[in-house]
Unconditional design. Structure first.
Length: 115
């Protein structure tokens, strides 16, 4: 399974950002995907997960602010994470991966919320 996340960057508090992840490879029997966030010195934490039926679940402070969607294709799926009302606690490296069993982690994409 190949995972490519992008779209991170520097955003001011209160701003918005959309992350994208393209997943490809042996994904035919993977039915759920997740976004995770990792901050320095901390373990990765689950932010949101989405089933291929587009049913999504959000964790903690992501509720009400983040929206995760999935677009399915013949050979790849595209996940999006729309984030709004960002604050400094949202800073971190965001990764996408399969759920509940993650595969090898990709590089992730860095989101920095700062004024």
């Amino acid at each position: 399974v190949q995972l490519q996340a992008f779209g991170g960057g520097l955003v001011q508090p209160g701003g918005s950002l959309t992350l994208t992840c393209v997943v490809s490879g042996d994904i035919a029997e993977i039915y759920s995907w997740s976004w995770y966030r990792q901050t320095p010195g901390e373990d990765r934490e689950l932010v949101a997960r989405v089933h291929i039926s587009d049913n999504a679940v959000y964790e903690g402070t992501a509720k009400g602010r983040f929206t995760v969607t999935i677009s399915r294709g013949n050979t790849k799926n595209t996940l999006s994470l729309q984030m709004k009302s960002l604050n400094t606690a949202d800073t971190g490296i965001y990764y996408c991966n399969s759920c509940p069993i993650p595969r090898d982690w990709g590089k992730g994409t860095l989101v920095t919320v700062s004024s």
